[in-house]
Ligand binder design. Structure first.
Ligand code: HEC
Length: 113
């Protein structure tokens, strides 16, 4: 009787651990998007509207990050290329690989489904 109960508890714990492992990658991805948003608000906002629901479009018509995300030609590779070389009057931000990954994750999270 007691042994059967122990087995059930052990099984339950194993199931919970398996569930946790399945959820962990999602948690990591969410953290990257948040970090990417913070980076965009720091480094890109001077020239690009970075939020999903901008209060107004920019008068100079410069692409907003949601518009860049919505463009079907945008891929992680094109974004990486643009961020790796100075573009427009953009200063060389020397963004590291992790910053670029997080910015890419944030920008692509703005893509409409
Ligand atoms: C100093 C101004 C400035 C800053 C800061 C800046 N950009 Fe840009 N960006 C531009 C200009 C101007 C263009 C238009 C293309 C060009 O002139 O090369 C552009 C174009 C782009 C494009 C291509 C848009 C398209 O239509 O395909 C992407 C993607 C982009 N920027 C991403 C970023 C990201 C991500 C950041 C922050 C890490 C950033 N930019 C920061 C000025 C800036």
């Amino acid at each position: 009787m007691v042994t059967a109960m122990r087995w059930r508890i052990a099984l339950l714990i194993a199931l919970l651990l398996a569930l946790l492992l399945m959820l962990l990658p999602d948690l990591a991805a969410a953290a990257d998007v948040d970090r990417g948003r913070a980076l965009a608000e720091r480094w890109c906002v001077n020239c690009h509207t970075v939020s999903r629901t901008p209060p107004a479009a920019r008068a100079d018509g410069l692409a907003t990050l949601p518009a860049i995300a919505a463009d079907p030609r945008t891929t992680p590779a094109t974004l990486r290329g643009i961020m790796s070389a100075p573009h427009g009057r953009m200063p060389d931000l020397s963004l590291g690989a992790r910053d670029q990954d997080d910015l890419i994750a944030y920008i692509l999270s703005l893509r409409p489904n």
